[in-house]
Design a protein around this ligand. Sequence first.
Ligand code: XIL
Length: 333
Amino acid sequence: TGIPSLKTVFASDFPIGAAVGRPQLLAERGQLLAKHFNSVTAGNAMKWDATEPTEGVFTYTDADAIVAFARANAMLVRGHTFVWHNQTPAWVFNDANGQPMTATAANKTLLLARLEAHIRAVGGRYANDVSAWDVVNEVIDENQSDGLRRSTWYAITGLDYIRTAFRVARQVAPNAKLFINDYNTNVAAKRDKLYNLVAQLKAEGVPVDGVGHQQHGNVSWPTGAETDAMIAAFLPLGVEQQITEMDTSIYTSSSESFTTPPADRLASQAARYKAWFDVYRKYKANITSVTLWGLADDETWLDSYPVSRKDFPLLFDVQLQAKPAYWAVIGAA
Ligand code: XIL
């Protein structure tokens, strides 16, 4: 209908994206997606458990459908994600005897070979489609002195899984910008560890092009000032920055639960979105994409995280209608 299109409103600022699955490509959801967004991310369809559930057996049905929709509607595609500690099949971390890997040289070689084969296949398939890949996702743990999350990837390979992932991704998808993606990058302790890792990788010649800020927040957090500091902190690295998974929970604690969103929460949510978008526009020379982690409130990962309850974190409501947050975002342009 007659409301302004987000992608038109932000045409001179940055592409606007949404994370989707196949239901969001259909009927009125597909129309809403194509009207407002000029970038798309597969919420799950490009993850390892979706694309290579069994070693060497690749399934692309859902990812192909999302890429085809993007092509048909002249949208960019963000690739998400090659390496994560979640949604990775158990076989990846099993040794040659089918037992969970221990930290041996042979297992390190095997795991890095699997990683390379996976990225060659998936990255190669979408080399002409994906403009930015989240090569590694959530590898930082600010509570470790070296800042590196103690995942199985880390236990078996140390930092080499990150180096290998970026180098192979560059080879097979030379036209894609390569990102390191994480949450809570507005928290100084975490951001400093991420900064140091990216600085180290760049010094080694590992091809990291950008930092992805997930920006999962809620009605009171993070503030505009905290978001500003998040972007400003990475400017000295000279990397691209993208907002990759933004949403704004209406909850501020795990004990709250509403079946319909109270008006005051929707107003706070709108103010939060506006504060963030004001920052993104301020840094539009450095921010090359802004993606929401969902299309409308009828489908959001926050319905099951951190607890099971309905959440309403996006710009369009469960009936696909524009929310106060949508109007606030439009007003930030
Ligand atoms: C979420 C998906 O949206 C859910 O459907 C799935 O069940 C779990 O993963 N950070 C990320 C995303 O990087 O991949 C996650 O996506 C949300 C948190």
